[in-house]
Design a protein around this ligand. Structure first.
Ligand SMILES: *[C@@H]1O[C@H](CO)[C@@H](O)[C@H](O)[C@H]1NC(C)=O
Ligand SMILES: *[C@@H]1O[C@H](CO)[C@@H](O)[C@H](O)[C@H]1NC(C)=O
Ligand SMILES: *[C@@H]1O[C@H](CO)[C@@H](O)[C@H](O)[C@H]1NC(C)=O
Ligand SMILES: *[C@@H]1O[C@H](CO)[C@@H](O)[C@H](O)[C@H]1NC(C)=O
Ligand SMILES: *[C@@H]1O[C@H](CO)[C@@H](O)[C@H](O)[C@H]1NC(C)=O
Ligand SMILES: *[C@@H]1O[C@H](CO)[C@@H](O)[C@H](O)[C@H]1NC(C)=O
Ligand SMILES: CC(=O)N[C@H]1CO[C@H](CO)[C@@H](O)[C@@H]1O
Length: 457
C-alpha cells in the first residue's frame, strides 16, 4: 500500500509533490520518493547549490559526509537532501556556519552506542557543564523533516548506563542549536536522546514547529535528564505544536532567555514546563523574561510549570551544586492549560535548590526576584494523592514574589469533583485570584522529598 502510493505519487507532477499544504501523508510519501534529479532541478530553479547525501552503502560513519555537505559545498544558498533511510553517526559533528540553507531530511540519523567514545568527545555547551555531540548553527536555515526526518540518539544504552543518576559528567545532549538565527526547524522527530534532546544557545528568532520528542526507557532505569529543549542565552524562540514524552522538563528556560513562546503543545510523563533553575552561578546576574505559553495539554507530568532558583548561599559548583546568583524572572504567562492526572502540585515555585543534603535550607536567602507570573484557565485533574494546588516558596531576602496570579482554576482530584484548595505560600505578596492557605513550614521537607523532581536542575 505504502510502496504503491509512493510509486504513483512519484509519477505525479512536481507541483503536488513540493506543496507543503498537500495532505500530510501524501506530501511525505511524494517527497521521500522524489529522485535526485527532481531535487537537483528544484535547487537549480532557486539558484541554490545542491547536495544529495546518501548514507554510506556499507553502513560506515555518515558524519563526515553530512559535515562535508553542510560545511563545504552546501554551506550557503543551498538545498541539502538527506533521502535516508538511515545515517549512522559514529563521530561528533560541528556544522555552525550555514547561510541560507534548506535541508530536507527524510531519513533517520542514528547515533552509535559507543559510550566511551562519546564521553571522550562531547563538546561543551557553555552552561552547567552540559555537553553535546553536534553543534549546529547558522542564519536563514530551514530544516524540514516532512514528519519523518529523525534524530535518534539510541538513548536506551545511556539510560541503562546512567542508572537514573542525574547530570553525569560529559553525558552529551543530542544536539546544540548554537548561534542559530532567523531560522525554522519543522516536522522533525527527536527520539531516544542520549541526555537532553537539545539546547538552544546564543540564538535569536528561531521557530520550531511540529516537533515530536520521545525518550522512553524500556528498562528499570529512568529517562532523567532527557529534557525536550532548554533555551539558554537566547531570545525570540517559538515552539509550536510540540509533542514531548520524556522523563524530565518538556521545555525549560535557563539563564538569559527572553521572549520564549510555546503554543498548542502536548507534554507527557516528565516535569512540565520549567522556568529555571536560576541563580546557580554565585554573584552572577541573569534574567528570564517575557515567556508566554498557550493551549498546552499535560498528561502525567509533575507540574504545569515550576520556577526554581538556587539559594542565596553558594554551596558546591554547577551542575550539581551552586547558588548565590541573583536576577529576575518576570512576565511569565501560561494560559489555557489542560492537565490530565498531574503527579504533584500544578504550580510550584521555590528558591532553595540544592541537590543533596541541603535541599530545603536557606530558602529565604536568595536575592533572585520572581514577579508578574500568571496562570489563567487551568483545568483538569491530578492524581489522588495530590493535595495542594500550589507550593510557592518565595525568598524573603528577595522581598518575596510579587504579582502571582492564578485565575480560572479548575483542577480536581481524579475521580472526584473535589477542587484542589490548598495554596501553600511563603512570602507571596498580594496574590491575585487565589488565597494563600496557612503555610506549614514544618511540612516543607516532606513536600520537598516528596519530589519536586530531582532532575537536572
Ligand atoms: C570532536 O570533539 C573533539 C573533542 O571535543 C573536538 O576537539 C573536535 O573539534 C570535535 N570535532 C567536530 C568535528 O566536532
Ligand atoms: C564542571 O566544569 C568545571 C570547569 O570545567 C570543572 O571544574 C568541574 O569539575 C565540572 N564538574 C563536573 C561535575 O563535571
Ligand atoms: C513514546 O514512545 C513510547 C515507546 O515507543 C510509546 O509507547 C509512546 O506511545 C510514545 N508516546 C507518544 C506520545 O507518541
Ligand atoms: C490546541 O493544541 C492542540 C494540539 O495540542 C491542537 O490540536 C488544537 O487545535 C489547539 N487548539 C486551538 C484552539 O488552537
Ligand atoms: C546575562 O544577562 C546579563 C544582563 O544582560 C549579563 O550581564 C550577563 O553577562 C549575561 N550572562 C551571560 C553569561 O551572557
Ligand atoms: C510580556 O511578555 C509579552 C510576551 O509574552 C510581551 O508581548 C509583553 O510586551 C511583555 N510585557 C512587558 C511589560 O514587557
Ligand atoms: C550537590 C551539591 O553541590 N550540593 C551541595 C549542597 O550543599 C552542601 C553543603 O555545603 C554541599 O556540600 C553540597 O555539595
Amino acid at each position: 500500500m505504502v510502496a504503491l502510493s509512493s510509486i504513483i505519487l512519484a509519477a505525479l507532477p512536481i507541483a503536488l509533490a513540493v506543496s507543503s499544504s498537500a495532505p500530510d501523508l501524501m506530501g511525505r510519501e511524494a517527497n521521500a520518493a522524489q529522485t535526485e534529479s527532481h531535487w537537483a532541478n528544484h535547487a537549480a530553479a532557486q539558484g541554490r547549490h545542491f547536495c544529495y547525501v546518501r548514507p554510506d552503502a556499507d553502513g560506515g560513519d555518515d558524519a563526515p559526509a553530512i559535515m562535508d555537505a553542510l560545511n563545504n559545498k552546501c554551506n550557503s544558498r543551498s538545498l541539502v537532501i538527506f533521502p535516508g533511510p538511515v545515517y549512522n553517526i559514529q563521530t561528533n559533528m560541528t556544522t555552525l556556519n550555514l547561510e541560507d540553507v534548506v535541508i530536507y531530511q527524510f531519513g533517520r540519523m542514528l547515533w552509535s552506542t559507543d559510550i566511551d567514545y562519546w564521553l571522550s568527545v562531547s563538546m561543551p555547551v557553555g552552561f552547567q557543564n552540559q555537553s553535546t555531540v553536534w553543534y549546529f548553527g547558522g542564519n536563514n536555515v530551514i530544516w524540514d523533516g516532512w514528519g519523518v526526518g529523525t534524530l535518534d540518539g539510541n538513548g536506551q544504552v545511556w539510560y541503562d548506563w546512567a542508572r537514573s543518576q542525574g547530570n553525569l559528567p560529559h553525558r552529551p545532549m543530542n544536539i546544540n542549536l548554537r548561534t542559530l538565527t532567523n531560522s525554522v526547524i519543522r516536522r522533525m522527530r527527536f527520539v531516544q536522546s542520549q541526555m537532553w534532546t537539545m539546547a538552544i544557545t546564543y540564538s535569536q528568532h528561531v521557530e520550531l514547529d511540529d516537533i515530536y520528542v520521545n525518550s522512553t526507557s524500556t528498562s528499570q532505569w529512568s529517562t532523567l535528564n532527557t529534557d525536550g529543549c532548554d533555551t539558554i542565552f537566547s531570545d525570540s524562540i517559538t515552539f509550536r505544536r510540540w509533542t514531548v514524552s520524556n522523563g524530565d522538563d518538556a521545555i525549560a528556560l535557563k539563564m538569559n532567555s527572553s521572549n520564549i513562546a510555546v503554543y498548542d503543545s502536548y507534554f507527557e510523563n516528565g516535569q512540565g514546563i520549567a522556568i529555571g533553575s536560576m541563580g546557580q552561578y554565585n554573584g552572577r546576574y541573569e534574567y528570564l523574561e517575557n515567556f508566554y505559553a498557550k493551549n498546552i495539554t499535560l498528561k502525567n507530568t509533575a507540574h504545569v510549570s515550576y520556577l526554581k532558583t538556587w539559594a542565596g548561599i553558594s554551596r558546591g559548583y554547577p551542575p550539581n551544586g551552586g547558588g548565590g546568583g541573583y536576577g529576575v524572572a518576570r512576565n511569565i504567562t501560561i494560559e489555557d492549560v489542560k492537565l490530565i492526572g498531574g503527579r504533584q502540585q500544578p504550580f510550584f515555585a521555590w528558591q532553595c535548590e540544592n541537590y543533596s543534603g541541603y535541599a530545603g535550607q536557606d530558602c529565604d536567602s536568595s536575592l533572585f526576584k520572581m514577579e508578574d507570573v500568571a496562570w489563567r484557565r487551568v483545568s483538569g485533574t491530578v492524581q489522588s494523592g495530590v493535595t495542594e494546588a500550589a507550593y510557592f516558596q518565595c525568598s524573603a531576602a528577595a522581598g518575596g514574589c510579587d504579582d502571582f496570579e492564578v485565575t480560572g482554576f479548575d483542577v480536581t482530584k481524579e475521580g472526584t469533583d473535589e477542587l484542589l484548595a490548598i495554596w501553600d505560600c511563603f512570602n507571596v505578596n498580594n496574590p491575585v485570584g487565589f488565597t494563600c492557605t496557612e503555610s506549614q513550614a514544618q511540612k516543607m521537607s516532606s513536600d520537598v522529598t516528596g519530589g519536586h523532581g530531582s532532575n537536572n536542575k
